[in-house]
Structures are given as C-alpha cells and as structure tokens.
Design a protein. Sequence first.
Length: 203
Amino acid sequence: MHALTDSASAADKAHVTRRSLLVQALHAGLQVGVHASAGVRVRAAVLASTSAVLVGCGFKLRGAQAYTFNSIFINAPASTLVAELLRAIEANGDVRVLTDPKERANAQVVMDVQNDQREKVVVGVTSSGQVREFQLRIKFKFILRGQTGKDLLPETEILQQRDISFNETAVLSKEAEEAVLYRNMQSDIVQQITRRLAAVKEL
C-alpha cells in the first residue's frame, strides 16, 4: 500500500515538474516574441526617422540635379531627346520648364538649341559592296543665356556614337538593337546636359 502511494506521489511530482517546465518555456517564447516585435518596431522607427531627415535636408533622388535658376525656357523643335531633357529638369522639382515663346521673357535662363540631329552612316562594306556595319550618331548643340543675354554656357556640342553590325537576314532584330542604342545615347546626352546646367553657379 505504501509502495502504491509513493508511486502515485512520484508521478504527481513528475507531472508538476513537466507542467512547470512547459509554462517556463511558453513564457520564454512569449518574451522572445515581444523582443522581436519591439526590434521590428525600433528598426521601422529608425528608418522612418532617417527618411524624414533626408527629406528635411532637401535630399533628392539619384540623377536629379540642383540648379541655380528656378525657371528655364527651352527653344527647340520637338524631339524625343528634348522631351527627355524636359522630364529630367522637371525631376528636380524646383525648376519650371517653359516652352511657350510668350513666356521666354519670364525665364531666368534660356536654352537655344542649335542642332538636334540623328545620323546613320555606313562604315563597313563587303568586297561586293554589301553593308556590314553602320555608325549611329546623335549630335546636340546649344547655348545657355541669362535674362540679360549673357552667355552662361557658351556654344556646346555633345556627340554620341555607336557602331552596329548589319545582317540582311536579321533586319527586325537589328532594328530593335538600333533603337536601344539610340535610346542609350540620348539618355547619356541628357545626363551630360543636366550636369552642365547644374554647373552654372552665377546668373
């Protein structure tokens, strides 16, 4: 009889011990979860604070330039390059781009585009006279002046060129490749122009 009682008592103690360990484990898990959640909240708060500081400091997205002027009139015929240039300047957020000739006098600076030209020149042929290579070119020339007519940037010409092979059996793929090359050259020229505009420190 005493043996049975002792066995039951030992079993009860073992059950209590297991239950106690389980409770401790659950409690520890909850604490870890709380700490993890708190860590996430802290990181989120730090990121939010950093973003606020960057915005407050006037931080701009990569590629957006800071300009001395707050308005520019661009005198140029319509083209894909000019359209991309307008978007790049407006990305600054602080500059108004004017294209109506009536607003020319209201602009702080005026860009007169003298040349915006695309060329495709044969640079390679076979012995039988078949074209095997072209050179693609984009030329862009402009002058930047202030309201008084002072030259802020003298006559500037930017040239980009790329070579492209040609195969009459793959005309469509070569046309697609040509379009990509022209687009890349155009974007490079736009970046060069905006850097030059940003280099103007006195109007």
